[in-house]
Write a protein that binds this ligand. Structure first.
Ligand code: SF4
Ligand code: SF4
Length: 680
């Protein structure tokens, strides 16, 4: 067509893209290292499943299909763009294997035409969503419409080029090039000169728009077109419930290094990639209990605000990236990019509203993580500035003085078991099962009844078990989620020492608290404690399977089950509690609309249990209770002492005391036989 014109176009287009890419690369590298090249096979599998096949979008079938069409179309049409660029230098250019007279060439021509049409349909779907449906979760700006317009025009231009070329050569309709042929029929009556003009318009429009599109990406939310694949590939493959410990905590304190994240460049490079990749789709905020109840936290805006700050201070961040982390506090004379993120970028109230429920992470189509970032910033607030909701101080003090966040006397930890003949591990070191009771099931009056019911079931099934009694302490979970890593690590090390002293690694640890379960199973490994930990619902399901427990009595009730976040979304335990409920004769299990991995948080996780909800907002437990009561259930079942407390309060708040709130173990016990409650 025009070697000079195409040469210039390619040099300018690719040169500009190389410049932008280098900028984004250097900016990403201001973050700390985050090595993510282990388990390559698994990473590839996940990337194909979630980035290519868009499996996270299965709940949004139309948008998911449109995304997949556009992406697949892009991959197929990339080859077409290369061919067109080549034709800028030689009109007959084609890659040999794809030339029209080769079988593969005909097949490619067909595929290209089909996908060009499908991409057009995909963009029309997105136009429809953006202009007509307008879901509240989306961000509306010109950016999105311009990108969609470019994609649409690219496809139309390509078809126009093909059609005008075919018409100029007098070629009739061919099923191998349906779109081009149809266009040829449309423009077939025009003069040779007009066809030549159309051919040039189609050719240059397509060739240039591909490069314009490429150059817009790094400066828009559509950067995810390029970063989504690496972001999914580099997701954290360690257990979802594991927060990365602050290494060498004591040493860091001595060296006066920042604990937690104060500045943006103290996040990892993977976090920077997260910021680049956010599509602003708002699916995270749609399911966030904090957003739903009117709190300041919106996970989407949390990520977008950090990204905007990152881009705004690009020059300063890149220039200062070799300076390393410092302990300096932000002051008036400090460069703006080095001041505390909580002093103007992220309101602390945003950070304290998070229940760490992971609903956002489960929903995000590009695997952006939130909980680690929020806890990292809480770590800084708590450990460096000593700023946190006042009620948390009570919990921290209770843990320090009495080994439980409520401050109940530590020597009364095993009182719940009075009259039940529950052996201590010190007296029965060969017990096969260590029943890790937890703080709430030891001290909370309602949760104590669940502990007693569980013990009765274990005794009835003839399980050899024991408890630690006053040797048990809080796992440290509330402190860790609240950002007090120092306190958490104290508990982790002390508990691991106790557990290892009893060779707990050769036993099964059973616990009725999902928070204890998560910490013992997923976090103590970092402190030398590797145990087989089983939640009580799974353990009881095993006893049922082995015929050691037989639910025979009918429990005529309509029951709905509330999924605990730390059991479900964190540890994929959805089926065991349901199996227990379904095994009970007479019981009818009804699911709420928001269930399993989409179940709404009760509002207690992430140390929320120990603080007040932000004033002027709805209560999370109240909203969740409404969802559960909407099933018409007479009983709300749960499998977590924190959920139990929140839902009991929620039901009472609605004056629906006739609705029972029971742990799954209590319901099972009703069916197995009340005589078991007397214990062994
Ligand atoms: S973890 Fe839960 S509360 Fe926190 S931002 Fe995500 S959805 Fe919201
Ligand atoms: S973080 Fe994920 S879910 Fe939330 S707006 Fe961005 S891409 Fe969408």
């Amino acid at each position: 067509m025009s070697p000079l014109g195409m040469g210039l176009l390619l040099i300018v287009g690719w040169g500009a893209f190389a410049y932008s890419s280098r900028r984004r690369w250097r900016l990403m590298m201001v973050g700390g290292p985050a090595p993510r090249f282990d388990h390559i096979g698994e990473r590839i599998r996940l990337t194909l499943r979630y980035a290519l096949a868009q499996m996270r979008m299965r709940r949004y079938p139309v948008a998911g299909a449109a995304h997949m069409l556009i992406f697949s179309g892009f991959v197929i049409l990339l080859l077409r763009s290369l061919i067109l660029w080549g034709r800028g230098f030689d009109e007959e250019f084609s890659f040999w294997i794809f030339s029209p007279d080769q079988p593969l060439g005909a097949l490619y021509a067909l595929l290209k035409d089909l996908f060009a049409v499908l991409v057009i349909l995909g963009t029309l779907v997105f136009f429809y969503f953006r202009l007509i449906v307008r879901p509240a979760r989306l961000t509306y700006n010109l950016d999105g419409l311009i990108i969609l317009g470019i994609i649409l025009l690219m496809m139309v231009a390509d078809i126009l080029y093909d059609g005008a070329s075919m018409a100029a050569r007098g070629r009739g309709f061919t099923a191998w090039e349906p779109a081009g042929s149809t266009m040829a029929a449309l423009v077939g009556g025009l003069s040779d000169g007009s066809l030549e003009v159309l051919r040039h318009i189609g050719f240059w429009t397509h060739s240039a728009l591909v490069l314009i599109f490429l150059n817009i990406l790094p400066y828009s939310k559509h950067f995810h077109v390029l970063t989504a694949f690496p972001n999914v590939f580099m997701q954290d493959l360690t257990p979802r419930g594991r927060l990365v410990p602050i290494d060498d905590l004591e040493g860091k304190v001595e060296r006066e290094e920042t604990l937690g994240v104060r500045r943006l460049d103290q996040f990892s490079r993977k976090a920077m990639l997260d910021y680049y990749t956010c599509t602003e789709c708002g699916r995270c905020s749609d399911v966030c209990p904090a957003t739903i109840t009117g709190k300041k936290l919106s996970p989407k805006h949390f990520i977008v605000d950090l990204r905007d700050f990152l881009y705004k201070h690009e020059t300063a961040l890149v220039a200062g990236s070799n300076g390393g982390a410092t302990h300096a506090q932000g002051g008036d004379d400090e460069p703006s990019h080095r001041i505390d993120l909580v002093d103007g970028v992220i309101d602390p109230e945003v950070l304290w509203a998070c229940t760490t429920c992971r609903a956002c992470e489960e929903e995000c189509p590009v695997f952006i993580s939130f909980v680690d970032k929020i806890v990292d910033m809480r770590r800084y607030l708590v450990q460096e500035r000593g700023e946190f909701p006042a009620e948390l101080q009570t919990a921290f003090r209770g843990m320090e003085s009495s080994m439980n966040p409520w401050g109940f006397p530590a020597d009364e930890r095993a009182k719940w078991s009075d009259g039940l003949d529950v052996p201590l591990l010190a007296d029965k070191p060969d017990a096969e099962v260590l029943l890790w009771v937890g703080c709430a099931p030891s001290f909370d009056d309602r949760a104590k009844k669940v502990s007693r019911a569980l013990v009765s079931l274990l005794n009835q099934a003839g399980v050899s078990f024991a408890i630690l009694g006053t040797e048990e302490r809080c796992t440290g979970d509330p402190a860790r989620r609240a950002g007090n890593e120092y306190l958490f690590q104290f508990f982790a090390r002390a508990n691991v020492e106790t557990l290892n002293g009893y060779q707990a690694d050769q036993k099964t640890i059973v616990t009725s608290c999902p928070h204890c379960f998560n910490t013992l199973a997923n976090e103590y490994g970092d402190f030398g404690g590797n145990y087989r930990v089983v939640h009580h619902t799974e353990f009881l399901a095993g006893l049922l399977r082995d015929g050691k427990l037989k639910p025979t009595k009918s429990v005529d009730a309509r029951v709905t089950y509330h999924d605990s976040c730390y059991l479900g979304r964190y540890n994929d335990i959805y089926d065991a509690p349901r199996k227990l409920l379904e095994s009970i004769p007479g019981l009818t299990l009804v699911e709420p609309a928001e269930t399993r991995d989409r179940g709404m948080c009760c509002g207690a996780g992430g140390a929320q249990m120990f603080k007040e909800e932000e004033p002027g907002t709805d209560r999370v437990n109240s909203v969740r209770t409404d969802q559960l009561l909407a099933t018409g259930a007479e009983t709300v079942a749960s499998a977590c002492p924190f959920c139990m407390r929140m839902l009991t309060d929620g039901i009472a708040g609605k004056n629906r005391e006739e609705v029972k709130q029971l742990d799954v173990a209590e319901l099972l016990l009703q069916s197995v036989g009340e005589e078991a409650t007397r214990g062994s």
